[in-house]
Design a protein around this ligand. Structure first.
Ligand SMILES: *[C@@H]1O[C@H](CO)[C@@H](O)[C@H](O)[C@H]1NC(C)=O
Ligand SMILES: *[C@@H]1O[C@H](CO)[C@@H](O)[C@H](O)[C@H]1NC(C)=O
Ligand SMILES: *[C@@H]1O[C@H](CO)[C@@H](O)[C@H](O)[C@H]1NC(C)=O
Length: 389
């Protein structure tokens, strides 16, 4: 018995040392076009920071189901791939995964292709030859989302069928199959047969963010860890990380396949009344665009820490997330403190690891005095402290 226990303990230690938790980092090719300190490319990425780098994004051709390289953003297509491969030479454990889809690709093309056995086959063959040709380690499907945004109810079953066929086709080469899914309870309940999806894939990156934003009419945090007493109905009470992850688990997704998605950005508003800064306060529109990300309503952590240090900082101790306010500008985001709480939460649920959106909006230059990549390094450190798989 004692011999068995000793063997067991040693084995467990061995497994823990050998299987670091997943830290899936998104690289987004268009960030090389940002100005000044916001300009990001692969030379900014330490080879050992992440376990997986997801290259975003490639697209899908609706008429034949083939993969397309989205050239609109980057004239040279997969230009940075060669640099990423050099990183993998430095760190042979690093996995390079190509990600297809994303918000801008929409849902309709995917709905169309997933519904047709021939198009599905073409899609899978096209992805396979792409993985072979460019020497990726896996494929990540970011369909946002089955049966939403112009999709149809059959999408939910077709998505499972598509994933099963992908998995089977990937088996001989052992390619990784992952997906990015909604972290909202109502949204996930609409889009997925969770148990079947959980069986079909290797990893599920739960996008546990964008619960609130300037697409609504009031102030809210983009990614609260917990609910607030100000949440005024049952739906509002589910728009947080804890509810989303627990829903995925309760519906039968294996914890070890779930990666908790954490943002290195925030979402902000222009307040209707600069004296009312509470959750659900009325607002008149998105916050002003930042100089690097250049999009109203969202802002990078690097912009916040470098340029918004004169904003007033508030910590919401119920939701366990920060926001900053200046005049009529209100921005909710994640900092090292909230990231740590989220990682502890992921560990308490026995999740496989984390996904981070995205590399380019952490303080990758180390301008703010806490070293390079303060958020992602906090994720990594917290994730691997007393890690139990
Ligand atoms: C990538 O960034 C580095 C450091 O900022 C710079 O020296 C290099 O020229 C950049 N490469 C490309 C292709 O933009
Ligand atoms: C999920 O959807 C089913 C059927 O569409 C419904 O009965 C159920 O209440 C929903 N669950 C949640 C948590 O929204
Ligand atoms: C702020 O706005 C909310 C939502 O309209 C309202 O319930 C609350 O009373 C307002 N608070 C203040 C201080 O004006």
């Amino acid at each position: 018995m004692i011999k068995f226990l000793v063997t067991f303990v040693l084995f467990t230690l061995f497994v823990n040392i050998c299987t670091a938790a997943n830290l899936v980092c998104f690289f987004t090719s268009w960030t090389v076009y940002r100005p000044g300190n916001g300009k990001y490319n692969v030379s900014n990425l330490p080879a050992d920071l992440c376990t997986h780098v997801n290259y975003g994004f490639v697209g899908l051709q609706e008429y034949d189901g083939s993969l397309s390289i989205l050239d609109d953003w980057e004239a040279n297509g997969l230009y940075e791939l060669e640099h990423l491969k050099q990183k993998r030479k430095q760190n042979p454990k690093l996995k390079l995964v190509v990600s297809m889809g994303g918000w801008n690709e929409g849902s309709e093309k995917y709905s169309h292709v997933a519904a047709d056995p021939k198009l599905r086959k073409n899609m899978i063959n096209s992805v396979l030859s792409f993985l072979d040709k460019y020497e990726f380690d896996g494929f990540d499907l970011d369909w946002e989302y089955p049966d939403q945004r112009g999709g149809k109810s059959e999408d939910v079953q077709n998505f499972v069928t598509l994933l099963k066929e992908f998995k089977e086709a990937f088996a001989p080469k052992n390619y990784i199959l992952s997906i990015d899914v909604s972290g909202g309870v109502v949204s996930a309940n609409t889009s997925y047969y969770i148990q079947e999806v959980g069986e079909a894939v290797d990893m599920i990156n739960v996008m546990a963010y964008d619960y609130h934003g300037a697409f609504e009419d009031y102030v809210g945090h983009y990614a609260p860890l917990y609910a607030s007493h100000l949440d005024y109905d049952e739906l509002q009470q589910t728009l947080n990380v804890k509810s989303g992850i627990e829903f995925w688990l309760d519906q039968g997704a294996p914890a070890s396949k779930l990666n908790l998605g954490i943002g290195t950005y925030g979402r902000g508003f222009t307040l209707a009344d600069s004296k009312n800064t509470s959750l659900y306060a009325p607002m008149t529109g998105p916050c002003t665009a930042g100089p690097y990300t250049r999009e109203e309503g969202t802002i990078g952590y690097n912009e916040i820490c470098e340029l918004y240090s004169d904003y007033t900082y508030y910590w919401d101790d119920e939701q366990k997330v920060p926001h900053i306010v200046k005049g009529n500008q209100w921005i909710g985001y994640d900092d090292a403190t909230s990231v740590k709480d989220k990682v502890e939460f992921a560990k308490s649920k026995g999740l496989g690891g984390l996904m981070v959106w995205s590399l380019d909006t952490d303080d990758f230059m180390g301008i703010c005095g806490n070293g390079k990549y303060p958020l992602i390094k906090t994720m990594k450190k917290t994730l691997n402290e007393n890690y139990i798989s």
